[in-house]
Design a protein around this ligand. Sequence first.
Ligand SMILES: NC(=O)c1ccc[n+]([C@@H]2O[C@H](COP(=O)([O-])OP(=O)(O)OC[C@H]3O[C@@H](n4cnc5c(N)ncnc54)[C@H](OP(=O)(O)O)[C@@H]3O)[C@@H](O)[C@H]2O)c1
Length: 365
Amino acid sequence: MFAAVGQARLLVVASTAAVVLIIASQFSSQLPPKVVCSFAPALRRIQGIASTLSLPSQHVVTMAGNRAMDTPLLRLRDGNKVPMLAFGTGTAWFKEPEDHDKFDKDLVLMTKAALEAGFRHLDCAEMYDNEAEVGQAIKESGIPREELFITTKVANGIKDVPRAIDESLKKLQLDYVDLYLVHEPWNLHTREDYQNVWRGMEEVKASGKAKSIGVSNFVRKDLEMILNGSPKELPIVNQLEYHPYIQRENDGVPYIPWMQEQGIEVEAFKSLSALARCPEGPLVEPLQRMAKSHNVSDSAVMLRWFLQQNIVAITTTRKKERLQEYAQALTFELTKDEMDEIFTEGKKLFKRFYFPGRYDPDDRS
Ligand SMILES: NC(=O)c1ccc[n+]([C@@H]2O[C@H](COP(=O)([O-])OP(=O)(O)OC[C@H]3O[C@@H](n4cnc5c(N)ncnc54)[C@H](OP(=O)(O)O)[C@@H]3O)[C@@H](O)[C@H]2O)c1
C-alpha cells in the first residue's frame, strides 16, 4: 500500500517535472542567455523529446506554382527562427575584383528564381561584392520583408562594424538583416582583436540593424576567444564548412554537438562537396542509391543529412533546375541507418575545401 502511494507520488512529481521542462523548452528563447546556457543540454534533450512527441514544430510553407516548399525553422536562442535551407550568393556567384563595377543581372534573375521556388533564406556577404544584386532581387520579388531571412557578413569592414553594416544595408536596400556574421577569424590575432570586433557586433544588434549576430569559419579556439571575454551577447550561429568529409572533430572530440550544447547553432556550407567536388569519393554510390530509394535527387539526400542533425544547409547553383532538386530535401526522411552510413563512409576521406591553408592542419574543429 505505502509502496503504491510512493510510486504514485513519484509518477506525479516526474510528470510535473516533464511538463515544466517541456514548457520551458518551448519558451527557452525568451529566457536570459545565461539561464538558457546553464540548462541548455537539458533543454535540448527535452526539445528532442518534445519533437518526437509531435509538439508543434515550426515550418514556413511557401508556394511556387502549385508546389509547396515546406521549410523547417530552426529556433535560435534569441528567439529568432532560421529557415533551414538557404540559397547562397557566394562561390558560384562570387564577383572577382575585375568585375567589381559590373552589375550581375544573372544573379538578380537567379535570386528571384530561388525566391519564386520558395527559398526564404538568402545567404550574402559584403565580400561577395554582390549585395546590390541581391537587394534588387528582393525588391523586384515583392515578397514582404518579414517573410524573408537575410544573412550578410562582415570581413573587410571589421575595423568599424557599425559602419560596415550601414554599407551592406544600403546595398541590400534594407533596414535590417536577420543575421549578421563575422565572416572569418583570419584578420583577428589578439584577444583584443576578437573582443573589439565582437563589441561592434553587439552594437549592431543593439541598434536593431541585425536581429541576430554570429560568426563564420571559427574553430573552437576562435569561439573561445569571444566566449571567454564575458560578452553581453553570445554568438548565436557559427557558419562553417561542414560535410561528411569534414566532420569537425579533434581526436574524437566532436565540435558540432559542443557548439549546439552552448546554444550556438550551426550552418553548413560546402554542403554538397561529396557530389560537386569528389566525384570519385566513397559517398557517390550510397547517395545515389538512397536518392533512388526515396525517389529524390542525390543533392536532396545530401542536404537532408544536415537538416536531420538540426543544421542549416546552405547551398547555391547557377542552374535554375537545381532549385527543385534541392527543395526535395524537404519532402522525405533518411532512416537512422542511412544517416549513419553517410557518417561512416564520410569518415573514409578527409577534405577541407575552403582555404585549407589558413587552418592549423592539426586542428580539425
Ligand atoms: N561563410 C563562408 O565563409 C562561406 C564560404 C563558402 C560558401 N558560403 C556560402 O555557402 C553558399 C553555398 O556555396 P557552396 O560552395 O558551399 O555550395 P555547395 O552546396 O557545396 O555546392 C554548390 C554547387 O554544387 C553543384 N551541384 C549541385 N548538385 C550537384 C550534383 N548533384 N552533382 C554535382 N554537383 C552538384 C552546383 O553546381 P551548378 O552551379 O552547376 O548547379 C553548385 O554550384 C555560398 O553561396 C555562400 O553563400 C559561405
